[in-house]
Design a protein around this ligand. Sequence first.
Ligand code: DON
Length: 573
Amino acid sequence: MEKHSIGKLALFALIGLVALPLAARGEGVEIARAQAVTAAHGMVVAQEALAARVGADILQRGGNAVDAAVAVGFAMAVTYPRAGNLGGGGFMVIHRSGGEDTAIDYRETAPAAINKTSFLDAQGNADPQKSRDSALAIGVPGTVAGLALAEEKYGSGHFKLADLIAPAIALARDGITVADDTADSLPVDRPRLARWPSSAQIFLKPDGSALAQGDRLVQPELANTLQVIAAGGPRAFYEGETAQKLAAAVQAAGGVMTVDDLKAYRAIERAPVRGSYRGYDIVSMPPPSSGGVALVEMLNILEGYDLAHADRTQALFLMIEAMKRAYADRAFFLGDPDVVKVPVARLISKSYAGEWRATIDPAHATAAKDIHPNAAPLQSEGRNTTHFSVIDGFGNAVSNTYTLNFSYGVGVVAAGTGILLNNELDDFAAKADAPNAYGLLGFAANAPGPGKRPLSSMTPTIVLKDGKPYLVTGTPGGSRIISAVLQVVVGVIDRGMDIASAVSAPRVHHQWMPDQVWAEPALPSDLVAALQARGDTVTVQKFPTSANSILATPSGFAGAADPRTRGSLAVGY
Ligand code: DON
């Protein structure tokens, strides 16, 4: 068992919204600069402040990063209903002090009754209403199984699962004050929640308006469900009364999930995707996420260029070229590895990156239509997300991204449980070549199928230096997740940025199709013009990313809460 003398603790926290403008931009829209928080013993950076403090408290009480992450995961199901969840799924990448790395896949699965035609209309075309806006889109939730598995295998042993759920129960039962991003997002998503009395009862006022800044959000049924899990463990969620209520609610809303689907759900421990980049080790999420594979592939391509000395336009241009190629591979080759054969080893090899590099013209943009992935023939075999980073003083780190897909998922609370349900099955390619809600294309590898996990972009990542956690990062943002994580990693490693600068810096994105670059409004207009001059089409738009990250520095852990979304917090001690 790990021992840790905490000594005198000075808990300090800073909202990551301190509006220090970035260096003069010449542009109208600036991103508030993240304020790095430094600490000696441990750090939690999360999108919601109460939950971040819950995690820091567990660290202070001698817990390890996994204990803290599990407590944050349950707490955010209460305090950040837009994305924190019991009714969705996600991924956790863990680095252990002994040197071992592992990944917990708690992605939702498709119910047994889902098949290739589930999300098509009568004409055989993809029907976004079915995959995004109906109960058919609800995947079997994985979060409870995933958090419990992480704790059982990698918790410190000082805490029972029930101890880590207790803060969430109190927050649900006593209620919280609506603030920050929840206050911002509830009015936007009100119409989707309003359709379901079980959801309206929790998130709306009697007059039908959304709970607003300063209102109380009290969730007694969610508190009861959490109590059931605390008392009976994760099986009490997947079997028995809670499972019956979940299945009944999904079916009443027109979906196909059964108690057997819930009973069959298992979180899976997987070997992380590993890569190396300029002497650092990259540890990230393997399929059914595309994130780790695409991240390592892009870094391998970029390793062939001197980004540290490249001018900013050239560095961005090369990153965009790498994005086009990795996102094309994503579309063609990635899917649930338990159902399709995914050529991971080839995609993350240095030699494959070399082949891609040979197709890059350093002065002219490659058109997406001229990018032809060539990894391997597929052999068939048998909005909204949130990211938090945790590090402890023992040498452990956790990078966790979890989601309901859309903000507040499909909008349905399963009656009697307090649990908001996901619409994750839109992450399947409803039909070959039909884009999902993030415009991502997919083909056979990511076709819907019974029990199958839809391909994700979530990229919880830990970068190691000399075998020790150096950078813990990840973000929400749908398709923009992988490119955002790339830019944080390159910002720190190649551009020598501190963590606050790397998190705040304006981002660009390309996902192969549609063939265009998106740039955040804070990107200087001369850079946009320079990219256009090389042949890229650039659209300027805000990004829904929030890369809550931690960097190990000589003076301690530096945490940066992403300033793009209100309420994020870095808490250290
Ligand atoms: O797993 C995925 O890739 C998506 N369901 C994530 C959705 C997301 O990040 C929405 N947040 N902005």
